[in-house]
Design a protein around this ligand. Structure first.
Ligand code: HEC
Length: 401
């Protein structure tokens, strides 16, 4: 392979390696970013589920332990119409505990709700999203959870919802069937409209919780950015090393060799040009197809009396006397086409001043790199000259023409 195309290939390879590294880097960053976000979401969902289960445990404790116990103890102290949500309503307790929890951690975005349709406390009223899931849960008893990413005031949240509380025992119906049956204190406080006329066994709520994701997302964004910087720096550094190594070990030595070769070629060209021009015999280079002269040496110019400009572009047959031209056209040319060689053929060259010179002609085919026969070298030797060297002609022809 010649050095220029080798250099080009090496450059292409370098660009290809850099591209592969860039694509790998970008893919890695995108993948890490994606996985980190996924992990943040899974983690938020796990946290959400723990908190929901914890709140459910509090509600069960209220319903199964605290309330029955206190009801028993306080029986002599209260009337039938007495009602205090502080210890008599599990939903109330969980909501109030949630407020303390949120304040304690400074979690302004903390959100937990036992969401119901027509909730007794307006604070528990389901939004459209929760309402839709509650209706789904009411229709299908197999579904328990739903997790999704939702945006509130432009911030991302992991929203998890779980099947909530049902009116599981007949005693619940005292306060959830008709206002007449409910304690007067409760009706006074909450009114006689909300959360009445329910059915026994009806699913009342969906436990809905939101965990803010902006912090986790910011961390994953920052990490992706840092990773990109590191990879970019590494890529830049590596490309520099590659570039430098190629230059040092490949391009520089190659261009040195190339220059040396060019210089050697030039020297030999000059040498053969000198030999061609100053040879004691006459050299003519002829186009094989048109028989036109494309080059000749100084000896021919001097001997023929024509200038170089006059000779180049003429047909080789015009250089002969009419007899010789006839002979060359009819006999020598077909022979040359057939065999590729003509040796020691006696011909006459016509000078500008009209006189003739007797010469002996030797020709050889000059082939290019693809072995196509394009030119031939004609050597006219003075008849009396004895210093012709055939091998010399061949080597000249290979280099000059
Ligand atoms: C003595 C009255 C009373 C009884 C008995 C009662 N509740 Fe309630 N319930 C309330 C009040 C008051 C609220 C609203 C409390 C609040 O959130 O401020 C409420 C709210 C609820 C809510 C929230 C949804 C909504 O509709 O507001 C659920 C769920 C609930 N009760 C389930 C039950 C279950 C289950 C039982 C039986 C184990 C039960 N309740 C028994 C008074 C009662």
């Amino acid at each position: 392979m010649d050095p220029t195309s080798r250099t080009l290939r090496a450059r292409r390879l370098l660009a290809f390696i850099a591209l592969v590294m860039l694509v790998t880097g970008v893919t890695t960053v995108a993948l890490v970013h994606y996985e980190m976000r996924k992990f943040a979401i899974v983690e938020a969902d796990d946290k959400a589920k723990i908190l929901i289960e914890h709140n459910h445990a509090i509600q069960r404790y209220y319903t199964l332990v605290l309330r029955p116990n206190l009801m028993e103890i306080t029986k002599p102290l209260r009337t039938k119409e007495f009602f205090d949500p502080v210890w008599m309503s599990a939903t109330y307790a969980v909501r109030e505990i949630g407020k303390i929890f949120g304040n304690q951690f400074g979690m302004a975005d903390y959100y937990y709700k036992e969401s119901a349709i027509n909730a007794r406390s307006p604070e528990n009223e389901a939004d459209d999203y929760e309402r839709a899931f509650l209706e789904t849960l009411q229709a299908d008893s197999q579904i328990k959870y739903k997790s999704e990413i939702r945006y509130f005031y432009g911030k991302p949240f992991a929203v998890t919802m779980r099947r909530g509380v049902s009116l599981w025992k007949p005693a619940c119906m005292r306060c959830h069937s008709t206002p007449d049956a409910a304690p007067q204190d409760m009706v006074n406080r909450y009114g006689s409209v909300r959360s009445f006329h329910r059915n026994l066994g009806e699913l009342l709520t969906v436990s809905s919780i939101r965990i803010p994701l902006s912090k986790a997302f910011t961390i994953s964004n920052q990490f992706a950015l840092r990773l990109s910087m590191i990879l970019l720096a590494f890529l830049g550094f590596f490309s520099l090393i590659l570039f430098w190594a190629q230059k040092l070990y490949l391009f520089d030595p190659l261009s040195k060799t190339l220059k040396k070769r060019e210089a050697a070629l030039k020297r030999s060209e000059e040498k053969y040009r000198d030999l061609y021009d100053n040879a004691p015999d006459m050299f003519v280079s002829v186009d094989a197809k048109t028989a036109t002269i494309v080059e000749c040496n100084r000896t021919l110019v001097e001997v023929s009396g024509y200038t170089k400009q006059e000779i180049i572009g003429r047909s080789i047959f015009d250089m002969y006397t009419p007899d010789s031209a006839e002979y060359a056209r009819t006999i020598l040319f077909p022979k040359f086409v057939k065999t590729g060689v003509i040796s020691a053929e006696e011909l006459k060259i016509k000078r500008k001043d009209g006189s003739n010179i007797d010469v002996s002609l030797n020709t050889s085919a000059v082939r290019d790199e693809k072995e196509t026969f394009e030119k031939c070298l004609f050597l006219f030797k003075f008849k009396e000259g004895e210093n012709f060297n055939h091998r010399n002609t061949l080597s000249i022809s290979r280099i000059i023409i």
